[in-house]
Write a new protein. Structure first.
Length: 259
């Protein structure tokens, strides 16, 4: 009887572990394909599940690491077409802001931080539509501000894309050039976020294998689909993903804060 219970418990544990592995792999697969098609979305798509399975601190670290890997694998295919000057204008303030962001994440982390970040993202996206016809939308100051907000969010919430998406909409950055150029931005920023938090995430070797295989397959699918999807649909998808990620982050924060 005791042996039967032990076997039953072992079977249940193995089933849960397999389910977690499949879930992680699926989240990474969808996130990587989304990143290749639209230029962003890896963290927004994959982070909710990764955080749920691994916890907020390690989950965000894994999002940062896998996001860096995904961007790098895409970047080596398209690096010749990157708009380096435009990216550096956002990347420098973003990297600087990972330092205070890491401090805030360690000292003031919690559900209300998530709510505040989500509110900032939603306001940034909404304002991007209002300023897109103004001269300020093309200014260096707006690019620097978007980079700073994005860098802060990368460390605190593992999500750096919405602020950049808002800038892309406001400045009328052509979708095809944005999708290519932003890979360098996400790659460097993810590495900076990991360094700011002081380490590498820890996963079982089966989880690493599943995630990396899923990532490669997702990028291959994205390579196939990207040329077939018109720019206007890709841009609309970027905006939808950004809003969805912000709203999800706010709902999760409010649910935890009011529980």
């Amino acid at each position: 009887m005791r042996l039967a219970r032990e076997l039953e418990g072992k079977t249940l544990l193995e089933t849960l572990q397999l389910g977690a592995l499949l879930g992680l792999s699926a989240a990474v697969f969808v996130g990587a394909s989304t990143q290749r098609i639209s230029g962003m979305g890896f963290a927004l798509v994959s982070s909710p599940f990764l955080v749920m399975v691994l916890g907020p601190f390690h989950g965000v670290m894994v999002v940062n690491f896998l996001g860096a890997c995904s961007s790098f694998l895409i970047l080596i295919q398209v690096f010749r077409d990157v708009e380096y000057k435009k990216i550096l204008l956002m990347l420098i303030p973003a990297v600087v802001m990972t330092i205070p962001g890491a401090w805030v994440a360690s000292k003031l982390g919690g559900p209300w931080l998530s709510v505040g970040i989500a509110a900032m993202v939603i306001l940034a996206l909404l304002s991007s539509f209002m300023v897109r016809n103004l001269r300020a939308a093309q200014s260096k100051e707006l690019a620097i501000g978007a980079g700073a907000v994005s860098g802060f969010m990368s460390v605190t919430a593992g999500v750096s894309g919405p602020a950049i998406a808002g800038y892309a909409v406001a400045s009328r950055w052509p979708q095809a050039k944005f999708a290519i150029s932003v890979q360098l931005y996400f790659f460097v920023l993810a590495i900076a976020s990991l360094l700011a938090k002081g380490g590498m995430p820890e996963l079982h070797w089966t989880q690493w294998t599943g995630c990396l295989v899923a990532m490669v397959l997702g990028i291959l699918l994205g390579n196939y689909l990207a040329p077939k999807i018109p720019d206007k649909f890709s841009r609309a998808f970027v905006i939808i993903v950004a809003f969805s990620g912000a709203i999800t982050l706010m709902i999760n924060g409010l649910t935890q804060a009011l529980a």
